[in-house]
Every structure is written in C-alpha cells, then in structure tokens.
Write a protein that binds this ligand. Sequence first.
Ligand SMILES: [Zn+2]
Length: 532
Amino acid sequence: MTARIAFARIAQETNALSPIPTTLHDFEASHYLEGDELMTAVTRGREVAGMFRRVELAGFIAAASERRAEVEPVPILSAWAPPCGPLSRDCFEALESRLLDGLRRAHRESPLAGMYLCLHGAMGASGIRDPESRLVRGVRDVLGGAPLIVSHDLHGNLTRARVEAADAIVTYQTNPHRDHARIGQKAGRIAIGAALGELRPTMAWRSLPMILGGGTTIDFLAPMRAVFHRIARAERRGEALAASVLMAHPWNSDPELGWSTVTVTDGDRGAAEHLADELAELCWERRHCAPPPFLGPSEAISAARGAWFARRFGCVTIADVSDVVTAGGPGDSTHLLRALLGEAQGLLTYAALRDPGAVGVLWPRVIGERVSLAIGATLDPTRSSPLPVTGEIIGKYDRHGFGKTVVFAVEHLRIVITEGPALAMRPAFYRDVGLAPWRADIVVVKNFFPFLLYFLPYSRKTLFVRTQGVTDFDAAFTLAFDGPMHPRDRVEDWRSRDRIRRGLAEGSVENGPGMLAHVAGDEPPGGDGDTN
Ligand SMILES: [Zn+2]
C-alpha cells in the first residue's frame, strides 16, 4: 500500500501598514487551483501561471517521484496572491475552510500518511492574530499524529504555536529567492521519510527581538554570506536535515515579531538545539549592519544625470524603496514620479504606477490620443497626492496578474499604469509593453534587492531612493511589539525574550502603552537606531 501524502499552498506576504485589503478575488485572479488542475500544473504546466514555472509544489512532486512505488501525492489546493495589505476576514476564512474541507475529504477517501503545506510565513488577516498558525493547527487536527511539514519564505515570522503544531519547518536559503523548488523537494523528502517511518523529524528554534540588520540581507554577500555558508555546511555534513534563518518581513502586525532560526534533525534534540542557537548568535552579531544608504529623489536624479557613461551602455536603475510592491506597497505613490517629471528632463525614464481609476479613464480611448488627468495616490491617499499630467496613450495591454495596462507618455516619462499590482521587479514588466530597458536612461523598480539580479544585463548603476511610504524601514517602528525591538529600541540581549517566546520563562515582557504606541517620526529611544 502506498503512503498518501497531501500537499497544498496558501501564500501571501502581508504589509500590515497597507490600507488595501487582500480579497479572495486577488487570489483567484492571480493563482488558485484545486485537485486535478493543481496536479496538472505542478507536473506538466506552469505551477503559478504568469509568475513561476516550477516552485515548491513541483519540488514536492519531484521528491514523491523519487519514491514513486511507495508514495501517492494528493493535491488539495494552491492559492497565491501578490504582497498587499492583510487578508479580509472573509478571504482568510474561505481559504481556510477550502483547505480543511479538501483535506478532510481526501482523508475520508483513504487515510493520509502526512502532509506538506507551503505557507509564506508573513501572511496577516484582519482581526486574526497569527493566521498561519491557525491554518497549521487546523491541518494538525485533521491529520492527527501524521507528519506535517511546513515551508516558509525566509521573510516569514516564526511563532511558538506554529512550531508546536508542525513536525518540521524549512525555509528558503537564498535572498533574492531562487531555491523555491529545492526547498519544496527538501520538505517533501522529510515528509516522505517521516511518513514511511524512516525519519523522526526533531525541531528546535530561536526567536530574536530584531527586525532589521544584516546589511542588504543578500545570501551571497557579506555580512549574511557566512551565515548561509554555515547553514549549507550543516546540511552537507549531516548535522541537520534542514537549517534555516528567517530574516522577518518587518511590516508584520504580530507583536512577537523578529528574525528567527529553525533546525530539523533526525531525532537528535541536542544537535538541533545547538545549531539553532549558534545560528541565532550569528544573526544577532549582524544586527548593526545597515542596508545601503538611500538618497532623496533630487539627489538620485542628479546622480543619474551625471552617470552618462552608465546611461550610454545601459540604464540607471532607481529602486523606490518607500513603495516596494513586492513587500506590500500599494504601488500608487507619486513622490518619485513628481520629481522625475520636474527634474529629469531629457532623460528617457520608465516608471510604474498602479491606478485602476486612471486605467478606467484611459482604456476606452484610442492609441495616440492625448489626455489630461490626475494619476496616482488613489489607493493610499494619505501618503502621497495625485499628480496632474498631460500625455499620450502609446500602448494598451491586458496582462495576467497586472490586469489592464496603459503605457502613457508624458514628456520624457513612459509611465506603465496598471489596474493590478505594479510588480516592477523584472525587465519583462517594461519589455512586454514595448519598452526596451537598454534604450532608457532611467528605469524605476518597485523592489528592494531581487531586481539587482534580473537587471544585470541592463543596469550600469543602481540608486535606492527613499520618499515616504509603507515600506520605509522605520515605518515598521509604529507597529506594536511585545517589548523592546532592535533597532527601534536598545536591546542588550536576545535570550530573555527568546525564552519567553518559546514558553520557557514567565512573560515579563514590557507591555506598557509607551512601548506599544510609537508613532511615525518618533526618534528611536535607544542608541541602536542607525540601521536606516
Ligand atoms: Zn521573501
């Protein structure tokens, strides 16, 4: 008899500061598959149409194929939505009941021997604390004692409830992420080994009161390179089945937020604890390493103007770090756009903007028509203001994920205005609407670091620009935490909070209103606030 192992995904990265709720429509318009359709996508098609060919679930299928005679993979559902605000309660509960109903049905047909569940790890839902742990607990209730293996993005936040309900948690080991399928395969091998009684997954973890550090946090650059080398060595030498560092997404409303480490061994509790501890120390040592310096828009534009050599042989890439759509920014900020319009005359500039209202106005018009209207700041009107422009419609496209898209030429700007999330991270965002990156002087991206890889063939100079928005690092300082948080506050030691969070010590965490209610613009009370 074969071991039936279920697999499913519910994944979204939530920015708790975004005013735009994530709805069931956002999942269904981006990626939503169940049962046989899901099986076809992960075996013969594209796993996440328009985004990824082979990611975690295809990796899980590869692990199952290695044990074809002994394992039957059982597809439940896969739902993915772009980073945005918290899921509405209705959306979360609909996904939860579809997942658990599907799982119960499969379990009734013939008992399941285990499950692989792919979650982002930083998903929020309106009015529900730690919604992903609720999913893991719900699955645990259906599975009983059968092994449950969970994977996360390395920007996830670990909590005690999740660690207690899962048998093993594994995460990406690359940033920018490029090992999704490998992590799915690793999770699959652990799930299969445990289901067949060959492995006894034993997990240890540590939680750090730290939301920023590690420089650019890129896995192959200092200062994080040594940490990821240590992880790779531990797995290669068999010290652990899996070792992970989670550099948490900071705009998360869970008060027990922070970086964490998690290790999984085959039955060796001591080795798991030792390695999780060592990795936590390595992270804590890197807490003061700041990200690259961010410029103001005017400084960046004059730097781009001065970089004539870079512009001649490629483009200057400007990352709008205050409105990073891949970290849940609305993508409708006009701060940088206004500066580019006023100060970058003569520099051919590609920019992205999400404005469903403006698309509604422009879409019925013909190509070549000139139109005057105000664009931007419609999704989050509190952080920037609409920009009045007159321009010409030079292209119209209907694209999966981005929705209706209008290319609007305003003087030296080519603005790609989208109905859906303006995920301007890859050159294809512009190339697919007729804007070749090598022809531009300036290309704006709404992304922190992955674009560095994607734009390698084009970008000759990169500038990070800060204005004001929900993905400013210090915007996270307004969130409520369970006590002092590095780098907002001075934190001398990570171990006492770690012990409380892991349930090993009584909670003596400061919970006063002063600690919970920092407002934007407050100076960090400690001396450690130099990270941004
Ligand atoms: Zn991530």
